[in-house]
Design a binder for this molecule. Structure first.
Ligand code: HEM
Length: 421
């Protein structure tokens, strides 16, 4: 029976959008640092949400972190209609694997060793996609945007630019205009299913588009290398290829918290104060993007984890809560990214933590990619290492693609002499 006196019920997306406010106003920072109890739709009990930087970090740095296998973000995977995900992907989709599952590292190694764009640093000048001109970008209606799963509010040329730059960097593939529309359709169809809102028609369409992209990538040099290496290692190459594409499209390109959302929120922010922000971007594009990630929803720890031990807590609200083994726990990366303990400067001030200061102290301690960027960059490659046992495989790629999109948009607006800039 649900305890309605707790906060909720919320979908996992509602929780994510409100995470920072919840953490601030319900005592999620300081003290034992952590928690408030939320009633999440689709989860059969109340979940304890981690807010502080230390508490969120502790979860992703646990080398034995367990994911509940049948639960993906906000949905029980056994209820998802056929077609959205390839047969055999669930319940062992890479995002669901426990941190100490050896297959997780094997699959990461397969991707990192064969997909050129995942590594840090290849210099590449960004390029606008076919069908998108200086004029289209500079005349876009940048209306405000409701974060949290709604890709419909983002103008298509921005999505096309993100998709084009993502595939160009990752696989050295230049998608056509028609393919970019399909990519957008695929992401739009996939997103709701993770919140439990799938349909038979959606599954059928997702499967059709997945096949098209599977073929496009399989024919590229990177795709051929990926499939050959998978075969030489006794892995199911086509299934792993499907998994990678879903990770790219769902976790990277189109998720409520991915590249598009971050780039679009950055553009809206720049438009509001272009005099100050355009020079800041130009001065250090990467620092700008990292600070932008800290200020946007981030992944917000959408994927619940399996609670490893029974423990009682006094929450920031004063409420007592006992978390028992096997329950689903949640984390609020977005909350942690404003924790004054880490981002509040010498006086650990929340208002300082909330300011937009690219290159700020501890900027590389942002948790948007699960582990701190500082630690990710200590690993020899994106497969991972002990210093950062679990992190986003696409972190370096995402930083570069967001930077690409922002440079192209700003360039176009400047070329067109858009008044607002
Ligand atoms: C702004 C963009 C992005 C953000 C904020 C982000 C964030 C995250 C986070 C927090 C995780 C950890 C999830 C978990 O452990 O359950 C994760 C995992 C992952 N991300 Fe990203 N991501 C982004 C872009 C991308 C891109 C572009 C790709 C494409 C390669 C990608 C691929 C993955 C994969 C494959 C995993 C699973 C890694 C594993 O569990 O071993 N992400 N991402």
């Amino acid at each position: 029976m649900r305890d309605m006196s707790l906060f909720g019920p919320l979908t996992i997306i509602d929780m994510t959008i409100q995470a920072r406010d919840l953490c601030e106003y319900l005592g999620g920072y300081g003290g034992n640092g952590l928690v408030l109890a939320v009633d999440l739709v689709n989860i059969p009990h109340n979940s304890l949400m981690r807010c502080s930087h230390a508490a969120v970090k502790e979860i992703h740095y646990n080398p034995k972190l367990k994911r509940p296998y049948h639960f993906f973000i906000g949905v029980n995977t056994s209820t998802v209609p056929a077609g959205y995900f390839p047969e055999g992907l669930f319940p062992r989709f890479i995002l669901q694997l426990s941190t100490d599952d050896p297959e997780r590292l094997e699959r990461r190694d397969l991707m990192v060793g064969t997909i050129p764009g995942l590594s840090r640093g290849p210099v590449q000048r960004p390029k606008t996609p076919p069908g998108v001109s200086v004029k289209t970008i500079s005349h876009l209606p940048f209306q405000s945007y409701l974060p949290g799963g709604n890709l419909f509010h983002v103008p298509f040329p921005i999505k096309a630019t993100a998709g084009f730059c993502l595939f160009r960097r990752a696989f050295h593939i230049e998608l056509t205009e028609v393919q970019l529309k399909l990519l957008d359709e695929w992401a739009t169809v996939l997103t709701p299913v993770a919140m439990g809102m799938g349909s038979i028609a959606g599954g059928t369409r997702a499967s059709e588009i997945a096949t098209i992209f599977h073929d496009i990538v399989s024919e590229s040099d990177a795709g051929k290398k990926f499939l050959a290496r998978a075969a030489s290692r006794g892995m199911d190459g086509p299934l792993r290829m499907r998994e990678m594409l879903i990770a790219f499209v769902f976790a990277g390109y189109g998720a409520p918290i991915g590249i598009i959302s971050t780039a679009h929120q950055a553009i809206l922010k720049i438009k509001r104060d272009s005099k100050a922000l355009v020079p800041l971007f130009k001065q250090d594009p990467e620092a700008f993007v990292i600070e932008m990630l800290r200020h946007t929803l981030g992944a917000s720890g959408m994927n619940p984890f399996a609670v490893p031990e029974t423990k009682s807590y006094v929450l920031g609200t004063g409420r007592k809560f006992t978390e028992t083994v096997g329950m689903y726990g949640t984390i609020a990366i977005w909350g942690a990214n404003a924790d004054p303990e880490v981002f509040g400067g010498p006086s650990k001030d929340l208002s300082h933590a909330k300011e937009f200061i690219p290159g700020r102290e501890n900027a590389d301690r942002v948790l948007s990619f699960a582990a701190e960027l500082r630690d990710i960059r200590q690993c020899p490659n994106m497969t991972g290492c002990e210093v950062a046992p679990r992190f986003c495989l696409g972190a370096e790629l995402a930083l570069k693609v967001i930077e690409d999109v922002l440079s192209l948009v700003l360039e176009s607006m400047e070329m067109a002499g858009a008044d607002e800039l």
